[in-house]
Design a protein around this ligand. Structure first.
Ligand code: 5GP
Length: 292
């Protein structure tokens, strides 16, 4: 019999090792197939101890909605661990992972452009932050803006903070995929280069922009998937705007006026996602990035 304290230390250590494997998949440091192979080779490895649901959830582009569908197709119970699959399940997963890794050479593999828009204070920023945390491999467009950085905002990470002249130059030289004056104040735009580069290299990319911008993107790239994020109710939207405390009362009134108009744009979007649960909304967006 093992000392209970020693047993609990071993359990903590194993959990840490499994978390490191998941992170390696999320950050693309390791391919899912190489992790699965390790699990099948060594049943005592951290990879083997991963639940199949954790394993699949670590793969970029696979969220809570897709996992049950994939497990259904592969006929694997969600309770299974990666290292304890039956022979048929192992083979089915091996083939599935292999096909994901090596796309059909006849098909030109292009990434997807997913545009997340929605009325003010619906929680776009929160949903996008959750996607960043849970799926570090997902690419995001960094917009250019003429507004000043807020405390904690980093140039090139949150936005490219540019002068009015620089913004004019980007527009004139057709470097903007879209741009708009948002809330009647500052200009915001999506630099075209990084989007084209991501899509051509087969990566999907997310844009978090306003509704006018979403319309322009759809016109320029009809294959873009427009996602409209909705609050659970109008009252909840008002409450969120008032409690986040980043806008003055006048600014709040102005943003609510814009929101009323923005609500009417829903029908122009390909998908609506209700943001009543941040995790679920984030996964719904990530699920749109791939077919599986
Ligand atoms: P904030 O100033 O609070 O960061 O953003 C204000 C609004 O600008 C948000 O609704 C956001 O979606 C929108 N926005 C941010 N980047 C872009 C962009 O590149 N293009 C457009 N059209 N809107 C953007």
């Amino acid at each position: 019999m093992r000392d209970p304290r020693e047993a609990s230390l071993i359990a903590v250590e194993r959990r840490r090792a499994r978390a490191a494997v998941k992170r390696a998949i999320q950050t693309c440091a390791r391919t899912p197939l190489s992790v699965a192979r390790e699990a099948w080779r060594d049943p005592d490895s951290p990879a083997a101890g991963l639940r199949i649901t954790e394993f699949l959830g670590s793969i970029s582009g696979i969220g809570l909605i897709k996992i049950p569908r994939i497990l259904d197709v592969l006929e694997i119970s969600p309770r299974k661990r990666l290292g304890a699959l039956g022979a048929r399940q192992t083979e089915a997963l091996r083939v599935w992972l292999h096909e994901r890794q090596t796309p059909d050479s006849n098909a030109t593999q292009r990434g997807r452009l997913v545009v997340v828009a929605g009325p003010t204070a619906v929680g776009k920023g929160t949903v996008v932050s959750r996607i960043r945390e849970r799926h570090p491999g997902v690419k995001f467009s960094v917009s250019a803006t003429t507004r000043a950085p807020r405390p904690g905002e980093v140039d090139g990470e949150h936005y490219r903070f540019v002068s009015d002249d620089e913004f004019d130059r980007l527009v004139e030289t057709r470097q903007m995929l879209e741009w708009a004056v948002v809330h009647g104040q500052h200009r915001y735009g999506t630099p075209r280069g990084p989007i084209v580069a991501a899509l051509e290299s087969g990566s999907s990319i997310i844009l978090e922009i306003d509704i006018q911008g979403a319309r322009q993107v759809k016109q320029a790239m009809p294959e873009a998937i427009l996602v409209f994020l909705l609050p659970p109710s109008w009252d909840e939207l008002v409450r969120r705007l008032q409690t986040r405390g980043t806008e003055s009362p006048e600014e709040q009134t102005r943003r609510l006026e814009t929101a009323k108009v923005e609500f009417d744009a829903q029908s122009e979007f390909d998908v609506t996602v209700i943001n009543d649960d941040v995790d679920a909304a984030a996964e719904a967006v990530v699920d749109l990035m791939t077919d599986n």
